[in-house]
Design a protein around this ligand. Structure first.
Ligand SMILES: NC(=O)C1=CN([C@@H]2O[C@H](COP(=O)(O)OP(=O)(O)OC[C@H]3O[C@@H](n4cnc5c(N)ncnc54)[C@H](OP(=O)(O)O)[C@@H]3O)[C@@H](O)[C@H]2O)C=CC1
Ligand SMILES: O=C(O)C1=N[C@H](C(=O)O)C[C@H](O)C1
Length: 233
């Protein structure tokens, strides 16, 4: 499979390694100053770039008939527009705030727990995410997906960075050293706490998930999620 990497930073380089190990070819490495992109040899594009670059990278691929796996976070104000362009161009698209198998299982667990906790008014939910100091966006895309998973299964009305009132989920974002990504969901009452936590030990899980998604999307048309790729029901 011929893969184009949009964004050749920490994730782009890790994805390259995993793709080569799985016998794929990297036909383009696109960074901020790349001119004259040749889309003709790309079977699939994988975008791990920057919040201000993702939308343009992704939609240009759709316009050139190239399916896209998108892992960039912090650009979702334009998500609906990107999906509409994908549909119009009869292309294929997967966005995931987190491509790792572990986090996608954690997303399911989070929704299941949220359902169980939804009638227990003595508990207040909150979240914490910890990432490396170079991360541009806060809260993390993963934390937003976790919050949306709770909101869908409870009476919480929304989420807020740091402080919130009782009707919202407070998300604390910490930036510490080289932390690859740690997410905690906490339910606290006056008598006890229940916590679920996912800790990434490195970036390999994110990169492997993105390459598996790229292999899966070939020959498909439409908008999919990691739930489809991983058959999580
Ligand atoms: N969904 C998931 O599973 C995961 C998502 N992420 C997300 O992926 C994104 C990238 O993360 P990471 O690799 O750690 O970040 P890096 O900063 O290491 O890499 C981003 C790269 O994008 C490049 N870039 C800037 N502008 C453009 C452009 N217009 N087109 C193409 N490339 C561009 C940067 O180049 P330069 O440095 O020259 O500006 C840099 O090389 C982030 O949004 C992060 O949150 C990260 C891990 C997992
Ligand atoms: O920027 C990162 O590094 C990560 N970003 C994603 C996010 O915002 O959730 C996924 C992962 O946690 C690493």
């Amino acid at each position: 499979m011929n893969i184009a990497l949009f964004g050749y930073g920490k994730m782009g380089k890790m994805i390259e390694q995993i793709a080569l190990d799985r016998n794929h070819k990297i036909v383009a490495k696109i960074d901020v100053d790349t001119q004259d992109i040749d889309y003709s040899k790309m079977d699939v594009a994988i975008d791990f770039s920057m919040p201000n670059a993702a939308f343009e990278n992704i939609t240009k691929c759709f316009e050139n008939g190239v399916p896209v796996i998108s892992g960039t976070t912090g650009w979702l104000d334009k998500f609906e527009e990107a999906k509409a362009i994908c549909t119009e161009k009869q292309s294929a698209f997967i966005y995931a705030s987190n491509f790792s198998l572990g986090v996608n299982i954690f997303f399911e667990l989070n929704e299941y727990l949220a359902k169980m906790m939804s009638t227990l008014e003595q508990y207040q939910v909150s979240m914490e995410e910890i990432h490396h100091t170079q991360k541009l966006d806060a809260p993390s895309g993963t934390a937003i997906t976790l919050a949306e998973g709770v909101i869908k299964n409870s009476n919480y009305k929304g989420w807020k960075l740091d402080e919130s009132d009782e009707s919202e989920i407070a998300i604390k974002a910490k930036r510490i050293g080289n932390t690859p990504g740690t997410h905690t969901v906490d339910y606290t009452s006056s008598v006890d706490s229940i916590e679920i936590k996912h800790t990434a030990h490195n970036r390999e899980g994110f990169a492997l998930g993105a390459v598996i998604a790229a292999e899966w999307i070939i020959g498909k048309e439409g908008i999919f999620t990691m739930k489809d790729v991983l058959n999580l029901g």
